[in-house]
Design a protein around this ligand. Structure first.
Ligand SMILES: Nc1ncnc2c1ncn2[C@@H]1O[C@H](COP(=O)(O)OP(=O)(O)OP(=O)(O)O)[C@@H](O)[C@H]1O
Length: 484
């Protein structure tokens, strides 16, 4: 017994020594969330634990048993919340306002600090049970949905996109029924590590309910927690809007450079830190095509590859509207209008970062991007192959003929790209000798490849290809060494 009558828990002390818990979100008050209980799953089979990010938050020493206790059974992490919080939010879904949203199959389980850079990180769940916001849903996540989220986040991080991390995936032994998967299908619970779970929809709910005092409280909280350099800004709503706009523009540019289509860019899927998250029907581009759409139910192509930047601008306009009780339209319009200049600057930077080149400055950067997209569009050369070939030195050396795109690079259509490329010098991150570039093709995650990874899991519970793929993506991440 301790002096206060509590039982000593050596495990908790060990955890506390490195893990830095935070109870930050609770400070917002209970008008922002509902206390909820996790589901009691019949089984808990660990399928993925992200040891790299576990180290970043001081939890890499956990045994698998303790990992499951925390990330599937949701035993409170020492120093963190005693009860999980289902966060309240609204949102525009495919442009229609939905005031019945909120964490319907997830909750904020704990918060901690990134031991490397001090950022506040959330452990948010998906598939952890029903909440007051579940509507008719079961509060569960299919195993395939969990596997897809792990693969998407791993790929995006390797490609230099600022994304949430899939910290943990545990299979939970239930049978789920879904219209878009052969059913019954297997269940899982995912824990995502994320720099905030405050969505544009979190602001929308308060604006909708006309809770100006809470809007102001949320704005102050966001500035203090995520944009502390704005604490002394004269016009806080405008300064906040501009900061979020810049981050979201950078995200749009990174998705474009990665050839990634998110699929469901509703306002509740846009984090105010500009971090990419919520991976449902995502897809990567086989070849450059602005009309390429990820979700089968996005019949009008609202969230197609080429419309993602427009959609982000539309979503940011909704955020600006929410701030109207706190600032006039005249004050909010200029920061909102920074989206396009910010995107125009971020896109060449993101493309050049993928190529390991330093921006040249001036118009050369954007002219290069135009030349590249004109070529990739006309030739339909495989999108990822171009970046892989350039970084592997294939395009600038006699190995050119080795690429499956060799004919494309030898064509007249490629000449403007080749000429434009000469204007740039290599950045320090270039690593031409990495073993990854000796592969015949880049590691990609096109839909057929994703399905091929899933097939042995569903047919024979064979996870070997899944783990092999994660290892390959890790190699790719090291080869590119792009730091988001
Ligand atoms: N099976 C389900 N049971 C209960 N609620 C659900 C279910 N699937 C989705 N929802 C809820 O429907 C809304 C939209 O779902 P969406 O798939 O965008 O979010 P999510 O993937 O569950 O959560 P997040 O946005 O945190 O990744 C959310 O409020 C979500 O919680």
């Amino acid at each position: 017994m301790g002096m206060d009558g509590s039982c000593a828990d050596p495990y908790a002390l060990k955890t506390m020594s490195v893990f830095k818990p935070a109870k930050n979100h609770e400070a917002l008050g209970d008008e922002f969330y509902d206390l909820v209980r996790p589901a009691d799953f019949p089984q808990a089979i660990l399928r993925h634990r992200d040891q790299r990010w576990a180290r970043r938050v001081g939890l890499d020493h956990l045994s698998d048993e303790d990992w499951i206790a925390h990330f599937a059974r949701f035993r409170p992490l020492p120093g963190s919340f005693q009860t999980p919080l289902a966060l309240r939010y609204h949102g525009h879904q495919f442009r229609t306002y939905n005031p019945d949203l909120g964490d319907g199959r997830g909750f904020l389980y704990a918060q901690c600090y990134d031991l490397e850079d001090g950022r506040l990180l959330d452990f948010g769940t998906k598939g952890s049970g029903r909440t007051p916001w579940s509507r008719g849903g079961d509060g569960r996540l299919t195993l395939k949905g969990g596997v897809r989220e792990v693969l998407a986040t791993e790929m995006l991080e390797a490609l230099g996109v600022y994304t949430s991390k899939s910290f943990s995936l545990v299979e939970t032994g239930e049978e789920l029924w879904r219209g878009d998967e052969p059913s019954p299908t297997r269940s899982s619970v995912l824990v995502r590590l994320s720099h905030s779970h405050i969505r544009i929809g979190t602001f929308q709910r308060l604006a909708f309910l006309e809770e100006s005092h809470n809007l102001e409280k949320l704005l102050d909280y966001c500035i203090a927690t995520y944009y502390p350099h704005l604490a002394k800004a004269e016009d806080k709503p405008a300064a906040f809007l501009e900061a979020v706009t810049e981050k979201v523009a950078i995200l749009g540019a990174q998705w474009t450079a990665a050839g990634f289509v998110h699929g469901v860019l509703n306002t509740d899927n846009i984090n105010i830190t500009g971090e990419s998250f919520d991976y449902g029907p995502w897809r990567f581009l086989p070849a450059y095509d602005p009309t390429f759409t990820a979700a089968y139910f996005d019949e009008a192509g609202l969230y197609s590859f080429g419309r993602q930047p427009d959609t982000l601008a539309w979503n940011l306009t909704r955020l600006a509207e929410c701030l109207l009780p706190l600032a006039s339209a005249e004050r909010l319009e200029p920061p909102l209008n920074t989206i396009w200049p910010a995107f125009q600057q971020a896109l060449p930077e993101a493309i050049l970062a993928r190529l390991g080149l330093e921006p040249a400055g001036g118009s050369a950067d954007s002219e290069f991007v135009s030349a590249l997209f004109t070529f990739l569009s006309a030739s339909q050369a495989p999108y990822e192959q171009f970046f892989f070939d350039w970084r592997g030195g294939v395009l600038s050396a006699k190995r050119a003929a080795k690429s499956t795109s060799a004919d494309h690079y030898a064509s007249e259509a490629f000449r403007p790209v080749a000429d434009a490329l000469e204007a740039f010098s290599p950045s320090n991150t270039v690593n031409l000798d990495h073993a990854y570039f000796a592969r015949p093709r880049p590691r990609t995650m096109l839909i057929d490849e994703m399905e091929a990874i899933w097939a042995p899991i569903v047919e024979a519970d064979d996870w070997s290809l899944f783990y092999q793929t994660l290892a390959e993506i890790g190699e790719m991440r090291d080869a590119y060494t792009i730091r988001p």
